[in-house]
Design a protein around this ligand. Structure first.
Ligand code: SAT
Ligand code: MN
Length: 603
């Protein structure tokens, strides 16, 4: 389906004619480029250089207060047919969107530099690697791409040898001059009120306008690796997933690989850097956000992390919750929208138990403990290369990837969903993934806390009809021997008691759940059947040394039949929204759940 492309040079010329930049810079991802661009941005006050002793080679950026998260209602999947975008995506007719975008990009880079960023998702030359070229008028984006992807001219060589690539065009939408050459004035954080994050899945193109923030602007991440990636995966027989990837070594010295899908800001980075509290276990990080998964010749699913860095949520990250992340960001890190300490270091809620006596908040205002607004924006972030992670697997970027043993699906659920439950088989696992719901976080614009369906944690990231995506998952499983497939589990660290307190301590203690998952893989524990899947028998969990309130464990695994019936009713409505694109196997799973809940769905 992908089209023969014009050369990168012709594309750059075409885009430069449209956007009318002052000059063009081809980027090479070098240290020299990093130094040059950080100096440029420090000089123009886009970046603040942090205290070089406390935080060497690290920087703070403060965005415009309106440009702080992904803009889901401005994100579009422009497939030829609306049905191919499906009911969960915004769709516009491609020709109409192209015309609109041409008007937006016309002159959008006047007075700015157009940077050409050749990048690879996955190790250059690997079977699973995919190449892209991002054009951007933001040096801040170039620096973040350095950390998050592999920026290298080698990509251009691969393309000239015939490799396919994704053109990814980005502008902050803030020209310095109008068409008549009149200066428009420079904003501290250039962006545009009108934002578009647009994917054309058939022609594998990305056009992003108006935002300089995160996934809106770092186009290798959600736009390419998930939205375009999922469409590529559908056509080529693999899976592009919003999943962390870890290697877990048991006390017996056996290695397992686990991928886990959680919505944005639900703890993927924490689980990816898990510090086990039970003795003898070791966790190594492979990725914290995206996994590309493909069947191999032996009939196993193998995964790579296509990225090269972390774009992690700062608030809540501290020595107690994620000491590995704290070590990772000790240097060479870009922080966005966190608070600044008086000695030129960074701070956010949860970094330490007590806030410093005085801070400059993410808006650049004086801040003191007790203030009624947070010092760091709830979606403030750190960008850092994966190489800095002290527990990164030494072969994290192996071209072969790793064999998957288990897949976890999770979300933030205060009620109903137990700490862990195992799917009966692959199709039941797909049903678990398809029916995830989670309380909304600050990672996207919207009301934090409201419960929303987030199937496979891919709601904002699936580049085609979500119903077809479930069928694709079913097909991948059906094409492989059941015994070779990873086992699938649903987890929920966030269940609360009636008083609203978390029942499970989470973080390092989640190693106890991983321990049970692995003992299930080994067939060492039997679990106990329940209407929603296989639960641990409480004595199968390793709870040595854990202090947990009396009754909390029972509550963590309690299945409330009435609430689950209500949940099944909502799933019925949810599936109905996909019409004939809901796979019949998903309807069967729902009927089966209803039967197990002792409920005759027909009456
Ligand atoms: O802004 S990003 O999309 O990169 C982060 C996230 O929402 O997961
Ligand atoms: Mn994410």
């Amino acid at each position: 389906m992908s089209q023969a492309r014009i050369s990168p040079a012709s594309w750059v010329t075409e885009i430069a004619e449209l956007t009318k930049p002052e000059n063009i810079v081809w980027c090479d991802g070098s240290q020299e480029e990093w130094t040059r661009l950080t100096e440029l941005l420090v000089a123009d006050k886009t970046l603040i250089r942090l205290n070089a002793v406390a935080r060497p080679n690290s920087f703070l950026a403060r965005t415009h207060p309106s440009d702080v998260a992904r803009v889901e209602d401005r994100t579009f999947i422009c497939s030829e047919q609306e049905i191919d975008a499906g009911p969960t995506n915004n769709w516009r007719q491609p020709a109409e969107m192209r015309a609109l975008l041409h008007a937006k990009f016309d002159g959008a880079m006047r007075g700015r530099t157009l940077y050409v960023v050749p990048f690879s998702m996955g190790p250059v030359g690997a079977r699973q690697a995919r190449y892209g070229i991002e054009i951007t008028d933001s040096a801040f984006v170039v620096l973040n791409m350095h950390l998050m992807t592999r920026v290298t001219p080698t990509v251009l060589e691969k393309i000239s040898e015939g490799a396919d690539w994704v053109p990814a065009l980005h502008s902050v939408g803030a020209p310095r001059f109008d068409a008549a050459g009149v200066a428009l004035g420079e904003q501290a954080w250039p962006c545009n009120e009108d934002k578009y994050v647009v994917q054309f899945p058939e022609s594998r193109e990305i056009w992003s306008f108006g935002s300089g923030y995160g996934g809106n602007a770092l186009l290798g991440k959600k736009c390419m690796s998930l939205r375009i990636g999922s469409a590529l995966g559908r056509d080529e027989g693999w899976l592009a997933e919003h999943m962390l990837l870890v290697r877990v070594t048991s006390p017996m010295g056996k290695k397992y690989h686990i991928a886990a899908a959680f919505p944005s800001a639900c703890g993927k980075t924490n689980l990816a850097m898990l510090n086990p509290t039970i003795p003898g276990w070791k966790v190594e990080t492979i990725g914290d956000d995206i996994a590309w998964i493909a069947p191999d010749e032996a009939g196993r699913l193998r995964a790579i992390n296509p990225e090269a860095g972390f774009f992690g949520v700062a608030p809540g990250t501290g020595m107690k919750t994620n000491p590995i992340a704290i070590q990772t960001i000790a240097a060479n890190t870009i922080f966005t929208n966190v608070a600044l300490t008086d000695d030129g270091d960074v701070w956010w809620e949860g970094l330490t138990d007590e806030a410093p006596e005085h801070l400059t908040d993410w808006l650049g205002q004086d801040w003191a403990p007790g203030a009624d607004t947070p010092a760091a924006h709830p979606n403030s972030r750190f960008t850092v290369s994966i190489d800095q992670c002290p527990i990164v697997a030494s072969d994290w970027d192996s071209s072969d990837g790793v064999e998957l043993d288990a897949i976890l699906f999770g979300g933030r659920r205060a009620t109903n969903v137990p700490l862990v439950v195992e799917a009966r088989d692959w199709a039941h696992g797909v049903f678990m993934g398809a029916t995830i719901s989670s309380e909304q976080t600050a990672a996207a614009e919207g009301v934090v806390g409201t419960l929303r369906r987030d199937p496979f944690a891919m709601l904002p990231f699936c580049g085609y009809n979500m119903g077809d995506y479930w069928q694709h998952w079913l097909n991948i499983g059906a094409g492989l021997e059941a015994t070779k497939l990873p086992k699938v589990f649903q987890v929920n660290w966030f269940r609360k008691n009636a008083a609203g307190k978390f029942l499970w301590p989470g973080f390092g203690e989640n190693s106890r759940v991983i321990d049970w998952v692995i003992r299930r893989i080994e067939g060492e524990v039997a679990g106990v059947d329940s209407p929603i899947g296989l639960l641990p028998q409480l004595d199968e969990l390793n709870l040595d040394g854990l202090e947990i309130a009396a009754g909390a464990l029972e509550e963590l695994f309690h299945i409330d039949v009435n609430s689950w019936r209500a949940e099944a009713r909502l799933t019925e409505d949810f599936f109905a929204g996909f019409g004939s694109h809901t796979p019949s196997a998903m309807d069967e799973q729902l009927r089966e759940l209803e039967r197990r809940l002792g409920w005759d769905p027909i009456s």
